[in-house]
Ligand binder design. Sequence first.
Ligand SMILES: CC1=C(CCC(=O)O)c2cc3nc(cc4[nH]c(cc5[nH]c(cc1n2)c(C)c5CCC(=O)O)c(CCC(=O)O)c4C)C(CCC(=O)O)=C3C
Ligand SMILES: [Fe+2]
Length: 348
Amino acid sequence: MGYDALLWLSFGGPEGPDEVMPFLENVTRGRGVPRERLLEVSEHYQHFGGVSPINRLNRDAISAVEKQLAAAGIDLPVHFGNRNWRPMVEETLAEITKAGAQRVLVFPTSAYGGYSACRQYDEDIERARASVGDGAPELVKLRQFFDHPLFIAAFADAVRAAHAKLGNPPGTRTVFCAHSVPDSADAASGPPSEGGHRYSRQIAEAARLVAAEAGIETYDVVWQSRSGPPQVPWLEPDIVDHIDALHADGVTSVVVCPVGFVSDHLEVIWDLDNEAAERAAEHGMGFARAATPDTDPRFAELVVELVREHTEGVPARKLSPFPAAGCTVNGMPCAVGCCEPAKRPARP
Ligand SMILES: CC1=C(CCC(=O)O)c2cc3nc(cc4[nH]c(cc5[nH]c(cc1n2)c(C)c5CCC(=O)O)c(CCC(=O)O)c4C)C(CCC(=O)O)=C3C
Ligand SMILES: [Fe+2]
């Protein structure tokens, strides 16, 4: 079938208190994130003993995918590598190369386009191949899956379950949430010919599809976890401010669906399950957070289906007319100028 392995490419996270600051320094190197923001975020990690759940969740998801690949008779060993923390993708690719692989599929743990969600994973692929040097395998990245029916169905069931957990009170507002990015990064996402904003448009489309499948008419799309210097505008409103606004409008309960993420990593369990939940509690509002899809068996099924698009020519299933790009070789961008990194503000 022409492929020797699947590289599971993720963000990475610390697995102990001493790993938090070095991890954060890896994430933010050269990105103009103020020191105070780093110290504040390191506190979030220290609330969990300095351990992000993200690596464990990736390992669990990989086990589920390995089982489904075996069940489908697809012989493809899965290897785990990260951008920011051990196991680093450079080391993983060195092992894959040593094992003799020549063509490797890459699954990035993000469903969307944009610099942080797509193009930066291309940069990881390029960097890892450069670090291996001669003999590095060809790396073929799987496509964006924000509108795949299995991704949408898993979130729709999770949203229904969250409403049920609250007892289905009438007038509960469903709020879809994704990681904020600088306005300039969103404007630069997608190829220039498309007019930009591919990231926020794909998020809005996924939210629309999940709401439709869950039978929800009224919902909002908001953002979380903004970083960077305060004078740089990022996508708004923030989830916590939005909860204040809903309270002011007389809404008495909310279901938050983290549609921008695939797993319950730290920004989900802190920024939503703590900060947003606490604000709702202060207003006496009901609050439930919908589960992320990675623990749903349909997520492993989705990854296997994306693999089979390449190994067996299975047709790509998608629910929207929006492009599901991101599938390129050896870290090439999708198009000239696609999802260029935002220009960093000059240091004061
Ligand atoms: C769009 C997007 C996704 C979704 C796509 C995807 O999933 O890839 C995502 C995921 C994640 N972001 C994560 C963690 C962090 N993100 C940071 C900083 C930033 N994220 C950004 C964007 C995104 N981030 C941006 C524009 C920055 C500013 C700095 C920069 O331009 O790069 C910082 C630095 C501290 C801070 O400033 O918050 C941390 C620690 C973790 C792991 C959590 C864990 O450890 O469990 C995950 C999955
Ligand atoms: Fe992030």
